[in-house]
Design a protein around this ligand. Sequence first.
Ligand SMILES: CC(C)(COP(=O)(O)OP(=O)(O)OC[C@H]1O[C@@H](n2cnc3c(N)ncnc32)[C@H](O)[C@@H]1OP(=O)(O)O)[C@@H](O)C(=O)NCCC(=O)NCCS
Length: 171
Amino acid sequence: MMLDFAPETENQKAKIHQVITDAFGRTQEAELVDKIRNSPNFIPELSLVALENGDVLGHILFSRIFINAPHQIPALALAPLAVKPQRQRQGIGSQLVQVGLSKCRQSDYPIVVVVGNPHYYRRFGFQKASQFGLHSSLPIPDEAFMILELKPSALININGNVCYPAYFNEV
Ligand SMILES: CC(C)(COP(=O)(O)OP(=O)(O)OC[C@H]1O[C@@H](n2cnc3c(N)ncnc32)[C@H](O)[C@@H]1OP(=O)(O)O)[C@@H](O)C(=O)NCCC(=O)NCCS
């Protein structure tokens, strides 16, 4: 299976919306992507699609957030990640995360945070954020909030809070 990974284009937006809606079985996560796109936190080159013969099979988005530690540290939030239901468990999600993280490493951002299943995200190097003294503003279990350093030593002295933009509370 040969896949291409590329930043989203304007004419893929509707297909991305459909893939995310189908993957989650509801529209909230697809609507979150629309809200992020319309916010100053959107980074077009970090909204990536997995393509097979031009067809969108999956999507991943990294957007800008701030860690209050207590000085503000800019960071990236991975959310959401979605693979078309018929094509799940074939490694597409993992490739999207890996390609995405390598693009994130080329940016100036020092840290990525994610809310998700620790069993899934640990394999990419994410660790429980609370062990570094970092907590999130979202009502989620402690172990679901994870962090990954992109720059050496980025996790030293980051005790604080990630204040997610309000649109994350609507998911
Ligand atoms: C989670 C998801 C993106 C993974 O993509 P994928 O292409 O199926 O994943 P991969 O084939 O790369 O990896 C498969 C692994 O993911 C695990 N996995 C698949 N769906 C999962 C889910 N909803 N929650 C946790 N783990 C999941 C599988 O158990 C498998 O783990 P294993 O290697 O230990 O057996 C995809 O299943 C999906 O879109 N799910 C619905 C939306 C969602 O829950 N998104 C993630 C939160 S933002």
